[in-house]
Write a protein of this length. Structure first.
Length: 349
């Protein structure tokens, strides 16, 4: 009896170096929420006794993301497509819920206000509109949407995270590092686990966004698919608008099947080991380091209303400007995510 599904060989895994990429995108998305805003806010107001929760939160997300990657690795399609096969209304819900989380807060507007403040422009709209046009142009001129996003996020994270770490080394005192170490095990300044006065809503929001959170975790399956992990090697990639000119507009979203065999299982285990390492190093370690360093900087600068002074270096104003622009840059990445395009393509016909 013939099968309606297309079957192909489960591909062998390339080197770990060639697999690096998808985790940079989801890390960049996460850096625009909990890492940059919520955890530093908690550290500034309540100290570093809550640092343990940040590490546990991003550890939970590591395992969640790996199961999402497993699906895309084996099926060669995004989780959104898979869920859409079960419930046809779900793609509409993903569009609506994502808009609520990312459209209503006005991420572009917030970023525009940061830039406008730095350059001395009163009306941020003159910054926001060119930003939107620039984002559209960047995503349109690349050969693939994913390729552009991977290059951008790699560049910003590889430049930004070491910079944050160096700032922490320069600004933090030994007592601050000690407080961070105590906070990792749930003790700092006499507090145990959750410091007194912490809002439960803020704590849960920060815990949920220790990494990405919500629909952003599910987008990892899109990045894995676009990178070509496992059976996604056979998937059609989302081309840039200008690159795709003159080609078929049809996008095949469904994955490809494979025959179960000894070689297939061997190849899968190799894939699984290597993508687990990739996500652990890029997402878990780099993400946890970023959260902790940003918390440490916030704690050092403003906790207890004592601001760290660099007057002897006469560079405080310049450093403040650099720190101020980084959240805006990271937030830009969230608006540039190809997630919206995937959802639109998933709409039931």
């Amino acid at each position: 009896m013939s099968s309606p599904h297309e079957y192909k060989l489960f591909p062998s895994a390339p080197s770990l170096r060639q697999l690096i990429g998808p985790s940079f995108l989801i890390l960049a998305l996460g850096l625009g929420s909990g890492e940059v805003i919520l955890w530093p806010y908690l550290a500034a107001n309540h100290g570093l006794g809550i640092a343990w929760a940040a590490v546990i939160g991003i550890t939970f997300q590591y395992f969640i993301n790996m199961e999402i990657e497993r699906y895309a690795l084996v099926k060669g399609e995004s989780v959104f497509v898979g869920i859409g096969h079960l419930w046809k209304f779900v793609p509409i819900w993903f569009i609506f819920s994502t808009f609520i989380g990312f459209g209503l807060p006005g991420i572009i507007s917030a970023s525009a206000h940061v830039v406008a403040f730095l350059v001395g422009i009163q009306d941020a709209r003159w910054i926001a509109i060119p930003m939107l046009l620039l984002i559209g142009m960047i995503l349109s001129v690349g050969r693939t949407v994913y390729g552009v996003m991977e290059t951008l996020t790699k560049t910003i994270i590889l430049a930004g995270v070491p910079f944050i770490f160096l700032l922490a080394v320069v600004m933090a005192r030994s007592v601050d590092w000690t407080a961070l170490a105590h906070g990792l095990v749930g003790f700092a300044s006499g507090n145990h686990l959750i410091p007194e006065g912490v809002s439960l809503a803020t704590f849960l929001a920060a815990f949920a966004y220790s990494g990405a959170g919500g629909n952003l975790n599910l987008t990892q399956s899109i990045y894995v698919r676009e990178k070509g992990y496992g059976m996604a090697l056979y998937a059609q990639k989302m081309a840039g608008l200008f690159t795709a000119k003159g080609t078929s507009a049809h996008i095949r979203l469904d994955g490809t099947f494979f025959e179960d065999s000894t070689s297939t299982q061997t190849n899968f285990r190799t894939w699984w080991r290597r993508v687990s390492v990739e996500h652990a190093v890029v997402f878990w370690f780099t993400g946890a380091l970023s959260i902790l360093m940003l918390m440490l900087l916030s704690y050092t600068a403003v906790h207890g209303s004592i601001r760290f002074s660099l007057s002897r270096y006469n560079t405080e104003e310049e450093i403040d400007k650099v720190i101020g622009i980084m959240p805006g840059i990271i937030k830009e990445l969230r608006q540039m995510s190809p997630f919206g395009r995937e959802k639109t393509a998933c709409l039931p016909k």
